[in-house]
Structure formats: C-alpha cells, structure tokens
Design a protein. Structure first.
Length: 200
C-alpha cells in the first residue's frame, strides 16, 4: 500500500505572474502551500531575475504539464553589448569589456535575423539543467565548469523593440522560440556574432 500524499486533491491550472526574485521552484512551492495541494508542478523555468507567466498545474492538471512544457515560449529580454559576465546576466561579474558604441539599430536587426530558424546552443553553466543529477548552477556556484553538449533549438521570430546606442549598447527584443531555448545564451551569441562580448 503506497503512502498518501499530504494535502488536498485540488485540481486546476494557475497562471502565475512570477515576480523578479524567487526561482520557479520557490514560486511553485508557495502556490502549492497556499492551495494545500497534494500534487503540483510548474511547466518551465524562469530565472530568478525574470518575471512573467509561469503556469502551475495542480492535481489532475499535472497530466497536461508535458503538453505545456513542449509548447513554444515567448520572451522579452534586454540584450546588453560591450560586456560579458560570469553568469551571462547582469548579476554576474564582468569578465570582458569593449566599446560597443559603433553598433546601430540596423546592424542589430541584421544580426538578429541570422538567428531565425534552427540553431545550436551550449547550455549556460548557470541553468537548472542537470548533469549526473546535479543542477549546473550548483556546480557553477562551487566554481566548477563541466562540458555541456550543444543542443538544437528553434527561433521562430526575434524582433527588435528598442535600441539604446552607447558604449554599453542595449537592445530590447521579443523572442518566440522552441522549448529549451536559453535566452541568456542567445544574447551572448548575438553579441559574439557582432564581435562584442554581451550578456542579458
């Protein structure tokens, strides 16, 4: 006889607007606690620095989790040119710098268009992807770096919404992509294609 789960047999999908700060799992546990749900799961990962829609499946609705996980994702992100960081985002330590003031809106748009379609990415060390049962971000925090296999993802569309020129040029972009796409890696790769260090 199996053990019964603690909590109520509540069923449904919560469309959570995750704020900046908590991890996806922390947000999930908070929702699970609020509803006293016996079973719960989230349908993707948003970085602690990211805010946005994070569907939470409760009870029988967890059977839909895989469908939502496999769906395309939409993001808005700010790509920063002229500096690379240890984490690939603004929380990390700057490890490379250069003057990106020569970048223009047209050169950014041209570079972005080259990434539409199927591309390959190397998952960042600061991600929830597991290697030998260990999340990469935990290894990264211990100062360890392990080899990661390149993964194929698809960029359906990537549109420039705003461009701010300068030594540290910034581009706000809307991205529609397949599951498993790492936006911080995309920001670094776009910057590299233009000959600059970059981060998200």
């Amino acid at each position: 006889m199996g053990r019964r789960r603690k909590g109520r047999p509540v069923t449904g999908i919560i469309v959570l607007d995750k704020p900046v700060g908590p991890s996806s799992n922390q947000a999930l546990q908070r929702v699970r606690h609020l509803f006293g749900a016996a079973k719960a799961g989230h349908t993707g990962n948003l970085d602690p620095l990211a805010s946005g829609v994070l569907p939470i499946c409760l009870g029988e609705a967890t059977k839909l989790s895989q469908y939502l996980l496999d769906s395309d994702k939409a993001y808005q992100a700010k790509f920063c040119f002229g500096a690379r960081t240890t984490t690939g985002d603004s929380e990390g330590e700057v490890v490379a710098e250069s003057d990106a003031s020569e970048l223009t809106e047209s050169t950014i748009c041209e570079a972005l268009s080259e990434f539409i379609g199927d591309i390959e990415q190397v998952p960042p060390m600061y991600s929830a992807l597991k290697v030998d049962g260990q999340p990469l971000y935990k290894l990264a925090r211990e100062g360890k770096e392990v080899e990661r296999k390149r993964r194929s993802v698809s960029i359906r569309s990537i549109d420039l919404q705003h461009f701010q020129p300068g030594v540290r040029a910034e581009a706000t972009v809307d991205v529609l992509c397949s599951k498993g796409t790492y936006i911080r890696t995309l920001s670094e790769d776009v910057a590299e294609s233009l000959g600059f260090p970059g981060h998200m």
